[in-house]
Every structure is written in structure tokens, then in C-alpha cells.
Design a protein around this ligand. Structure first.
Ligand code: AHR
Length: 502
């Protein structure tokens, strides 16, 4: 029997809702078809946004949405995407499939989507191929409530009042698709560009996000921070957050593996590579701590998720893949890691929201399906705005040979505003159920209930079988022992949530 220790009296930090954020890029069928079909579509929509998808996303309580990229961001010129749709530029999406980008989804549409979702806005600016003026005018267009050329332009385009930009990214992956820069050079550009990302309304300041590392490129983060913090002590490097991108890629780039057809080795390898997120964020935070002694700057994991070979028969530039129980585990593991680092991680955004990589929703014309990853996000949304509490679980190693071994369980726990305690757990083992005794320090457990997402490891939802994997009520025994312990058996390959009334 494994022991899980939870100490509700020891609050470790606040879990910002943004830890369950999303990312949507002009890539494949994420924006077009997935989220936006246009006002004249036969697919039911509100101002062009698919009603089925928006309604499903609302159930997740999407806290924040990042847009327009990704690599697309550093080629995006926002003025191409405003004004009457008939006059918007038609152009090629060079990064993603070489398809026509008609710019019918632009700034006004993004703000409308976020309004419908009720979420915060995270706009990613163009450093790679854009000018300082262009970036500064975009911010003026979106947020200035006074007399100015850009505010007038916005009004002319039908938006009398400015919107709120909660987060603004100064470039994306500038070490790669965003300009192939060296860190010191980007650091200088960051200092310059961010100067003109003006906050016009100090009651609603814009949080500026600096481009951080690709996975374990610690040198990038270190050099960028060194450059930005130089002589700038009180301004905290001119930033509110620094990003980190890390994808779970279970194989070499040329052969990442299939999303649906994988063996036990790939299952464990995928989960092992996901667990690497723990080491990454720990080391990135350690570097950040050396510069940001006052803890004013947060880590922003604004791209994470699985990345497999594209589904056969689909455009290779569209990055369309299915999502199985394996992805449910990846989501649960990562969200637990983010919770545990909530003192320094201020946002995380799964890549991507619809039809791309580890999507929570897939669409096929008028049809829509919720992936297992969707259900894990839904299960975990009780952690949003809750306080992380101290927890620890004894584990054993499971897997195959050495390089395919992982700890059997991961967990995180929080106390919500209503006083309920939520513990989320992932069982990484393909075939082993675990009996768990959870011990809640100085707590009287009045009642407990549990939900589960589980299935055979390849199980997934598709358009003919959309509900193979859903959240189910846990029908195993949940035994309260001595008033402060809960015993239960967690099935193999599952993600679970315990909710306790205390
Ligand atoms: O999410 C797909 C791509 O992955 C993004 O455009 C880019 O930022 C990253 O390399």
C-alpha cells in the first residue's frame, strides 16, 4: 500500500487560474474551422465563433488564451487583420502548410472570442519581422481610450471602447522561428521593444512576457536575463514573465511516433519525457531566482503538450493528431507539476486548443469531439484560484527496462475557496492498480467523493465513438478510516480526483 500525505494546514502558494491556460495559433485548423467559421457559415456560430466549441470550452473555465502564435506571431502584421473583411490581405501562411491566410480572424475577432469565453487575453507581438512602431501601435489600437490615430482606427472598426490586454509577449521563440537570434541580441531587442508596449490604463497594466528558452537551453535564459536585468534592478528586467517551451516528443524528430499506434515502451517513454518538465522548471526557476531576487517575474510555460507524427493523410503542416489515454496522463502529470510550482509559475498554455497537437477539442466540419485531455482539464479546474497545500506520495518505479522506468503516481492537492480539498492523481502504470492510504494531517474528513478518467491505453474519442473516454464517477470503494484517512484503489492508467468535505 502506498501512503499519500496531505497537510491542509501548510499552504504553499496560490494556484492562478492561468496555470490551465490555452494557446491558439493560425496553424492548420485551429483558428479557422476549429474556433472560427465566419458569420455566414452553416455551422451555428455567434459572430463567427463556433457555438459548440465555445460552449465546450466554457465548461473548462478557460482562464487565458494566447494568440496569434507561435511561429506565426513573428510573421504577423496586425494591420492586415483589421477593417472590412473584403479588403483584408490574402497571403500565404509560410510556416504552416503554405495555405492562404485571408486574415478574416484578426484582433477584433480574437477579442470577441475571448469575450465569449470569458477569459483573459495574451497577445504575442512580432519582434522577428516587425518594427517597434508596429508593436507599439498595436498596443495603442487595443488598449488606448483617448484621442490618438490608433484609437480612432479601432473606433472606425466598430470597437468604441478599448479591450484589456492582460499579457503581451515580446516575440516568440526568437532563438528559432522568431528570428534565429542569439540570446544577448534578443535581450537588447527585448529591452527596446518592450519600452513601447505602453500601459495606458494603470488600473489594468499589461504584463510583459520575455521570450525564454527552448526546453533545457539554460544558457539562453541566463544570458537574456543578464542582459535585461543589467542596470535595471528596480524594473525587474523590464518584464513580468519569462517563457519556457517544452514539448513531449517521444522519439527523434523524424520519427516522433504515432498518436494512436504505440507500444508499452513508447507509453513509458512519453511519460518519462513529460516528467522531465519537473527538472526543467526547477532549473529555470533557479536561474530566474539569481536575477529576480524579489520574485516579481514569473515563469510562463506558454507552450507544452505532446507532439507526434501528424495523422496520416493530413497536411503535414497542420500538425493534426489524435489524443488517447496517454495524453490524458501527460496532461495530468504536467498540471500537477505546475501546481507544485505555483509560487513561481504564473501561467501555462497547452499547445494547442483545437485540432493542433495536444488539442482539447477536435472538429470535422460540423462535428466536434472532446479529447481525453479535455476531460483532464475539466477535472482539474477545481484547482483554479485555490491554495496549493503540502502533499507527498510514496512511489515505486514502474515501466520496462531502465530508460523506460517512471514513478508510479504523481499528485497535487489544493484547498478551494469553499474549503473543499481536491487531490488530483495520475497512475502511470499500464497494468498495476495501487492501493493508496491518504492521510490528512489534523483534518476531520466528513465525506469524500472521487472522479476518474481511465481506459485502455490506446482509448480515445473520435467522431463515431465520441464518449469512450469521459469523466466518470469513481465506483471503487472510498473508505474513511479513523476520521482523517481515506483508503482507495487507483486503477492502472488513470487520472483521478478526490474531493473531500472537511
Ligand atoms: O505549437 C507549434 C509551434 O511550436 C509553435 O508555432 C512554435 O512556437 C513552436 O515551435
Amino acid at each position: 500500500m502506498l501512503k499519500l500525505y496531505v497537510n491542509p494546514g501548510n499552504k504553499k502558494g496560490h494556484i492562478r487560474p492561468e496555470l490551465q491556460g490555452h494557446f491558439s495559433e493560425h496553424l492548420g485548423r485551429c483558428i479557422y474551422e476549429g474556433l472560427y467559421v465566419g458569420e455566414n457559415s452553416d455551422i451555428p456560430n455567434e459572430n463567427g465563433m463556433r457555438k459548440d466549441v465555445v460552449n465546450a470550452l466554457k465548461e473548462l473555465k478557460v482562464p487565458v488564451l494566447r494568440w496569434p502564435g507561435g511561429c506565426f506571431a513573428d510573421e504577423y502584421h496586425w494591420k492586415d487583420g483589421i477593417g472590412p473583411k473584403e479588403t483584408r490581405k490574402r497571403m500565404v501562411n509560410t510556416h504552416w502548410g503554405g495555405v492562404v491566410e485571408d486574415n478574416s480572424f484578426g484582433t477584433n475577432e480574437f477579442m470577441e472570442l475571448c469575450r465569449q469565453l470569458g477569459c483573459k487575453t495574451y497577445v504575442n507581438g512580432n519582434v522577428g519581422s516587425g518594427t517597434v512602431q508596429e508593436m507599439s501601435e498595436w498596443v495603442e489600437y487595443m488598449t488606448f481610450d483617448g484621442v490618438s490615430p490608433m484609437a480612432e482606427l479601432r473606433k472606425k472598426n466598430g470597437a468604441e471602447k478599448p479591450w484589456k490586454v492582460d499579457y503581451f509577449g515580446v516575440g516568440n521563440e526568437n532563438w528559432g522561428c522568431g528570428g534565429n537570434m542569439l540570446p544577448e541580441y534578443y535581450g537588447h531587442l527585448y529591452r527596446r521593444y518592450q519600452t513601447y508596449v505602453r500601459t495606458y490604463d494603470w488600473e489594468r497594466p499589461i504584463a510583459k512576457i520575455c521570450c525564454g528558452s527552448n526546453a533545457a537551453d539554460y544558457e539562453w535564459e541566463d544570458t537574456v536575463l543578464k542582459t535585461c536585468f543589467k542596470g535595471a534592478e528596480p524594473q525587474h528586467g523590464f518584464m513580468d514573465g519569462i517563457s519556457l517551451h517544452y514539448y513531449t516528443v517521444p522519439g527523434p524528430w523524424e520519427c516522433k511516433g504515432s498518436a494512436l499506434d504505440f507500444d508499452e515502451k513508447r507509453w513509458y517513454l512519453t511519460l518519462k519525457k513529460t516528467l522531465f518538465m519537473e527538472e526543467l522548471v526547477t532549473k529555470q526557476i533557479a536561474i530566474l531566482n539569481r536575477y529576480d531576487k524579489d520574485h516579481k517575474v514569473g515563469l510562463v510555460v506558454d507552450e507544452w503538450g505532446t507532439w507526434y507524427d501528424v495523422e496520416k493523410g493530413t497536411n503535414p503542416g497542420f500538425l493534426y493528431q489524435q489524443s488517447t489515454m496517454r495524453d490524458a496522463l501527460v496532461a495530468g502529470i504536467n498540471l500537477n507539476i505546475f501546481n507544485k510550482h505555483c509560487d513561481r509559475i504564473i501561467m501555462a498554455n497547452i499547445a494547442q486548443m483545437v485540432n493542433v497537437l495536444q488539442a482539447v477539442i477536435l472538429t470535422d466540419k460540423e462535428k466536434m469531439v472532446k479529447t481525453p485531455t479535455y476531460h483532464v482539464f475539466k477535472m482539474y479546474n477545481v484547482h483554479q484560484d485555490a491554495d496549493l497545500i503540502d502533499s507527498f506520495i510514496e512511489t515505486e518505479e514502474v515501466g520496462l527496462e531502465k530508460e523506460y522506468m517512471v514513478p508510479c503516481i504523481t499528485e497535487s492537492a489544493s484547498v478551494a475557496k469553499d474549503g473543499k480539498i481536491n487531490v488530483t492523481l495520475t497512475n502511470l502504470s499500464i497494468d498495476k492498480d495501487y492501493e493508496i492510504e491518504s492521510i490528512f494531517t489534523d483534518t476531520e474528513v466528513k465525506s469524500v467523493e472521487a472522479e476518474i478518467v481511465t481506459g485502455e491505453i490506446h482509448d480515445h474519442n473520435n467522431f463515431t465513438d465520441p464518449e469512450r473516454i469521459v469523466i466518470r464517477k469513481f465506483d471503487g470503494e472510498l473508505k474513511i478510516v479513523d476520521g482523517s484517512k481515506v483508503k482507495f484503489t487507483m486503477p492502472a492508467a488513470s487520472v483521478m480526483k478526490l474531493t473531500l468535505t472537511v
